[in-house]
Design a protein around this ligand. Structure first.
Ligand SMILES: Cc1cc2nc3c(=O)[nH]c(=O)nc-3n(C[C@H](O)[C@H](O)[C@H](O)COP(=O)(O)OP(=O)(O)OC[C@H]3O[C@@H](n4cnc5c(N)ncnc54)[C@H](O)[C@@H]3O)c2cc1C
Length: 382
């Protein structure tokens, strides 16, 4: 057994932590308050090599594993969930489908900029009436044989990184025939692709999220990603890696809640003593420390299995389920420990409280993770 990350990963962690502390932490509160997507900082994350971590060097990646990506996401999440999700979605949802299923030509065309963080890709699976049940996709893509083009019509909801200044593409799932869902790449700016106004969200204010409308949107036939009719299955397989990355995001959140709560419990006094001297507060910190350890072990076990080329679907679901629910608990507890200050916007744990709820929803809700785990146990779940 070895519970240590490699020396390379720890050295890399220090670099990302330094970047997060100096380039993100001082601005996170303002971006949150003003709903700003900081394109320049995202480009700087690209220069640091974060967006190319798990991709082959020939496309500008660094050939590192999911473990290394998790280290980067964990460190960003310690200071700002919005930048952590921008990286997570850029890699797991934007670039990964192309890296996994793209033709050589598609990889050459799209991956270098995505790996360099000069461009972001979106992943258009969810629709206003189909989220958990993404097989209920209504968006259609009909092949116009005369022009050799796909004609897309439909609507997608809640698509991350889909409307930034540097978004280069969105991969859409669409019905291409009876019982057939395929994935099709639509470059940004294609006539017929309308990016709706940004949502007003409970959290993740500095992350870019839009609804998208497709109206007779035409792209060349060769923009089909992977096999025709396999789009849904492809996306499901991509989501397993994304779930481990979301677990890393939750882990970073819990770790900051723990550190901030211990610091505050030592400093803040009531009835003449530090609040940390009361068991009611100290035990909450102890519970958070257990959550942080559990979250770390589940996250890095799943990432390690993936990097070993071993099955990891169940472990990814368990990591996502546990860490996201623990992050919601930890942020609630930390906010309580901060008392009235916990309710103030300038206290980081207050932003983390709002930012954490989505972790139980995005990339498969907690109920969907329980469904996957239950099926893995051999239960006849529908
Ligand atoms: C900020 C944000 C960013 C997002 N980014 C993206 C993105 O980039 N790309 C993308 O495609 N999607 C994205 N999503 C969508 C997200 O993945 C979905 O919201 C999520 O999968 C849930 O789908 P839904 O909202 O349709 O909820 P529903 O599927 O309608 O679920 C509603 C409730 O019913 C429960 N439920 C549904 N089915 C079952 C069942 N069989 N058993 C038990 N309970 C069930 C759910 O768990 C949930 O509690 C994003 C969402 C948000 C909020």
């Amino acid at each position: 057994m070895n519970f240590d990350l490699s020396e390379e990963n720890e050295a890399f962690r220090a670099v990302v932590a330094d970047f997060a502390r100096s380039e993100i932490a001082p601005h996170a509160e303002r971006w949150d308050a003003e709903h700003i997507f900081p394109t320049d900082v995202v480009l700087a994350m690209g220069e640091l090599g974060l967006f190319g971590l798990p991709f082959p060097e020939e496309y500008g990646g660094s050939g590192a594993g999911l473990t290394t990506l998790c280290v980067a996401i964990e460190e960003l999440a310690k200071v700002d969930a919005s930048m952590a999700i921008t990286l997570e979605a850029g890699v797991s949802l934007g670039a990964s489908p192309i890296a996994h299923f793209g033709t050589e030509e598609q990889k050459q065309r799209w991956l270098p900029d995505l790996c360099a963080g000069k461009a972001l890709g979106g992943f258009g699976l969810t629709e206003p009436d189909a989220g958990s049940d993404a097989g209920g996709t209504r968006t259609r893509a009909d092949l116009d044989e005369t022009t050799g083009e796909w004609v897309l019509n439909g609507e997608k909801a809640f698509i991350t990184n889909s409307g930034t200044d540097i978004t280069s593409l969105v991969t859409f799932t669409a019905r291409t025939g009876p019982g057939e869902i395929s994935a099709i790449i639509v470059p940004s700016g294609t006539p017929g692709l309308e990016v709706q106004s940004p949502y007003r969200k409970m959290g993740w204010h500095a992350s870019d999220t839009h609804g998208l409308t497709l109206t007779d949107c035409r792209v060349p036939e060769e923009n089909l990603l992977g096999e025709r009719g396999r789009g849904f299955a492809q996306f499901l397989s991509i989501l397993d890696e994304g779930r481990v990355a979301i677990a890393a995001l939750a882990l970073g959140t819990i770790e900051t809640c723990l550190a901030e709560s211990v610091r505050y419990a030592n400093e803040r006094r009531s009835f003449g003593r530090p609040i940390g001297s009361y068991q009611g507060v100290a035990f909450q910190c102890a519970d958070m420390a257990v959550m942080a350890d559990n979250a770390r072990l589940l996250t890095y076990r799943a990432a390690w299995l993936r990097d070993q080329g071993r099955p990891f679907k169940q472990e990814a679901a368990k990591a996502k389920l546990y860490t996201s629910e623990a992050a919601v608990s930890a942020t609630r507890t930390a906010t309580q420990i901060f008392g009235g200050y916990g309710f103030m916007d300038e206290t980081p744990v207050s932003r983390m409280y709002r930012d954490s709820k989505i972790l139980e929803i995005g990339e498969g809700t907690s109920e969907i993770q329980r469904l996957i785990i239950g099926r893995g146990l051999g239960l006849p779940l529908e």
